[in-house]
Design a protein around this ligand. Sequence first.
Ligand code: MN3
Length: 217
Amino acid sequence: MLLEPTAMTYPFTLPPLPYAYNALEPIIGRRTMHFHHDKHMQAYVDNLNKALAPYPAFHNWTLEQLLTNLSDLPAEIRTAVRNNAGGVYNHLLYFDGMSGRETRPSPLLRAAIADEFGSYKEWKSKMKEAGMGVFGSGWAWLVLDDRGRLAIVQTPNQDVPHPLRPLLLVDVWEHAYYLQYQNLRANYLDAWFRLINWPLVEKRYLELLKNTCKDDA
Ligand code: MN3
């Protein structure tokens, strides 16, 4: 069962991981997954619920709605929602985006990647560079931009890109890798590429392409 953020609204709950805690070993170990999912992500869920509890007007808003309409929220909860709805949303996508079974991009995705970045290898090096280039905590993303093309972006903290059309993202907060890789973010990133759940990236790609075309029509 995938975690993909869909219709979930307040009160938000922590869905179980879509695989066993040790499924990504040896690249990401059980202890990291336990702390990352059960402690860090749980805290985002709890803090998001706490922020929204006194504001029933927003109890039927999805994560996407909250994150793309932050300016409609009362000023006093805007930062808490930005950080914690982002924390929930980003981790749902991140955990789904990995798999213990090594997969490869389909010919369709490979062609789209080559078209935009030159080759899979060049994409990989740019994606790694983006992850390395996040100062402090944040994320590197592969997204569909407003022209419907692939693009790499970085966000700080738990921010999300706008427009919100995510294909794949990697968590470069230290909590994502410190237990195993300590300060060696580059080694974590190198290994993370082997965990990418490409069939899911393709599913997101096709859905987003369809919606992007619809928006343009
Ligand atoms: Mn994290």
